[in-house]
Design a protein around this ligand. Structure first.
Ligand code: PLP
Length: 447
């Protein structure tokens, strides 16, 4: 065994084989690796020292920009003070503070927080809480979930069951039983180049009534949607759509879960997008921006009635048999508190609202550029659909990702053939102009 103070040796310097990259074309990556070794504010830094403009906040998580000093310091301090504290039957003082702050930020009476570590875990947590709630209410037959086509709710079995992106589902068997899906709200012929919420599409919410007619409300636990679909390529909700889902779910005793893993923490303007859309769901899932992407953390916010319903039985008894070893981890909590402080001090949610128009204008100015088929800005997020190469769906997107990184010093997220931009909320108008110009140059360079 090598001495403990030497770094791990593989015997093969620069060997790329052992690491199986998630959600990645591994063979292409390993032929021409895209390596990142540092980051500051709006940029990634490559091992050779190249600065790459981050147009998608990493994976929609670095809302306050990279390696922000107050957040870095808080994590360092926490690591030296309390490395770990058991998540079950014990708690740190700080985790209460973070929960209180989140409760103040959430709409309505979503005043209770249950922590997890990833968006996927948050989604499965919300689904389990929905089942548990109905069982406590004497409605244990409510076990069905309704998701939506093109939805993304992470990669655990609950999340892929309610999710609606076919590649994330097709290899994984039957998943959860008793799940149905609303149709997508996206119809290019009716809503192409809409800014914000499209005028067409609220009527697609009526399909929920058809599904209720088919399954009966008494079998349905919850409807789960992303207020703005993110991973599929940024699809904003049609005007009135989310309000209609709320009306129907309320009328039928069905819980409504907003998956705000991307849309939370300023991305769409407010702390949560529920606020912008004027809808109070029964649960909100969050992750990513809660710690500015710095330490894994996620969670769910639940309405008081759901929490209260669980607070029954003898008071020595565990009320919900669910949780993770790292729920409310001290480093994540420290990062979360520091992140919320930065958001507040710097007014980043308000800043997102101010930047929304210049950002939308910049993205819409790409209309008419080569390969562009639709552009969908909302808040500080935008999907730019490119025409697919006939018979090779995803090939143009991959080419765009590679060329952006190597030739244009630009990091963008690709959803198949859709470019998604979601810059950190500290972006200046000049950063936004640079993102726009780099994408324009990229589009001109694509075959
Ligand atoms: C809406 C939504 N839900 C869940 C997830 C899963 O989050 P994670 O990758 O942290 O598991 C994501 C990730 O992008 C997401 O966008």
């Amino acid at each position: 065994m090598p001495p403990l103070d030497t770094p791990p040796q593989t015997g093969k310097p620069n060997e790329l084989e052992s690491y199986w990259l998630p959600f990645t074309a591994n063979r292409s990556f390993k032929k021409r690796p895209r390596l990142i070794s540092g980051a500051k504010d709006m940029h990634f830094i490559t091992p050779e020292g190249r600065k790459v403009l981050d147009a998608t906040s990493g994976l929609y998580c670095v809302n306050a920009g990279h390696c922000r000093e107050p957040i870095v310091k808080a994590i360092q301090e926490a690591a030296g003070r309390l490395d770990y504290s058991p998540a079950f039957q014990f708690a740190t003082p700080q985790v209460f503070e973070l929960s209180n702050q989140l409760a103040l930020m959430a709409p309505g009476d979503l005043d209770y927080v249950l922590f997890a570590n990833s968006g996927s875990e948050a989604v499965d947590t919300a689904m389990k809480v929905a089942l548990s709630y109905h069982k406590i209410q004497g409605q244990g037959a409510r076990t069905r979930f309704i998701g939506r086509e093109r939805g993304y709710h992470g990669v655990c079995f609950g999340g892929i069951s309610v999710g609606g992106m076919v590649n994330n589902r097709k290899a994984f068997g039957n998943m959860l039983m008793g799940v149905d899906h609303l149709q997508t709200t996206y119809n290019r012929s009716k809503q192409a180049y809409s800014i914000g919420e499209p005028d067409w599409g609220a009527e697609t919410a009526e399909e929920l009534l058809r599904l209720i007619g088919l399954h009966d409300a008494s079998t349905i636990a919850a409807v789960i949607v992303e207020p703005v679909q993110g991973s599929t390529g940024c699809i904003p909700p049609p005007k009135g759509y989310l309000k209609r889902l709320r009306e129907i779910t309320e009328q039928h005793g069905i819980l409504l879960i907003f998956d705000e893993v991307i849309t939370g923490f300023g991305r769409i303007g407010g702390a949560f997008s529920a606020e912008r859309f004027g809808v109070v769901p029964d649960m909100i899932t969050f992750a990513k921006g809660v710690t500015n992407g710095s330490v894994p953390m996620s969670g769910i916010m639940v309405r008081k009635g759901i929490y209260d319903a669980h607070m029954s039985g003898p008071d020595y008894a565990v009320e919900l048999f669910h949780g993770f070893t790292y729920s409310g981890h001290p480093l994540a909590v420290a990062a979360g508190l520091a992140t919320l402080h930065v958001y507040k001090e710097e007014g980043l949610f308000e800043r997102a609202r101010t930047l929304e128009k210049p950002f939308a204008d910049a993205m819409m100015s790409l209309k008419g550029m080569p390969h562009v088929a639709d552009i969908r800005p909302i808040g500080m997020m935008c999907g730019i659909d490119l025409d697919s190469v006939p018979g090779k769906v995803g090939a143009r997107g991959y080419d765009a990702l590679e060329r952006a990184f190597f030739d244009h010093d630009l990091y963008i997220r690709l959803a198949t053939d859709t470019i998604v931009t979601a810059p950190p909320l500290i972006a200046t108008e000049s950063d936004i102009a640079q993102i726009r110009d780099k994408i324009a140059a990229l589009l001109r360079s694509l075959d």
